[in-house]
Design a protein around this ligand. Structure first.
Ligand SMILES: [Fe+2]
Length: 233
């Protein structure tokens, strides 16, 4: 892996640091790698467990087809870059960088997404408490204001992308960011909770009524996971 290319994908670089371990799974970079290869992480709940808010069919397709495609694409991009680098063909390696960003970002984003969801009958929904609640109240005014701003950000995404609750590492404050396509959250921001605004995340159930999906998903947000990411960041 070219260190130059990895500098273009800081979040992926962080995830790959764990690649020496047989299976590295952590709260902050839960993307799993085995011997340097990305692998599809297991979900902590059944595909139908988020119903009626997210259908089991969507969850199954989203996990086994869409996320798997990002895993495969990431491994393919890594292999191609490695081969090009070994031959000194840096032009070819550079041309693969966008694929590395897309598929690597897709793997990172979805791995975080599955973890910040939970069945409404278990840990999903409601509102955060503790230090995270205090930070949301301080930086957004209230939880309701935060949720409203997040939904506005989601509705404003043109095409495919994500909205994220993030923590600014240097300022220590919370904020909202959107990312196009599968661009990972990086730089000064730690992703705490993300909502997938790609059509594949809702269309089978909500069709063109994406605002209904953006409302419903709050019933299955796992605030324990989000609070844990906040406290460890
Ligand atoms: Fe997705």
């Amino acid at each position: 892996m070219s260190s130059t290319l990895l500098r273009t994908v800081p979040a992926l670089r962080g995830a790959l640091r764990a690649s020496g371990a047989p299976k590295a799974v952590g709260a902050m970079a839960s993307t799993s790698f085995v011997r340097g290869k990305a692998t599809l992480p297991d979900l902590a709940y059944d595909y139908g467990a988020l119903e009626p808010h997210i259908s089991g069919k969507i969850m199954e397709l989203h996990h086994t087809k869409h996320h798997q495609t990002y895993v495969n694409g990431l491994n393919s991009a890594l292999q191609t870059i490695g081969e090009a680098e070994s031959k000194g063909d840096f032009t070819k390696a550079a041309t693969i960088a966008p694929l590395l960003n897309f598929h690597g970002g897709g793997h990172i984003n979805h791995s975080l997404f599955w973890e910040n969801l939970a069945p409404a009958s278990r840990d999903g929904g409601g509102e955060p408490d503790g230090a995270l609640k205090k930070a949301i109240d301080s930086d957004f005014g209230s939880f309701d204001t935060f949720r409203s701003q997040m939904n506005t950000a989601l509705a404003g995404i043109q095409g495919s992308g994500w909205a994220w609750l993030v923590k600014d590492k240097s300022a220590g404050t919370l904020g909202l960011v959107t990312r196009a396509n599968q661009d990972p959250v990086s730089g000064p921001y730690v992703p705490l909770m993300g909502i997938d605004a790609w059509e594949h995340a809702y269309y089978l159930q909500y069709e063109n009524r994406k605002a209904e999906y953006f409302d419903a998903i709050w019933n299955v947000i796992n605030w324990k996971t989000v609070a844990s990411r906040y406290e460890k960041s």
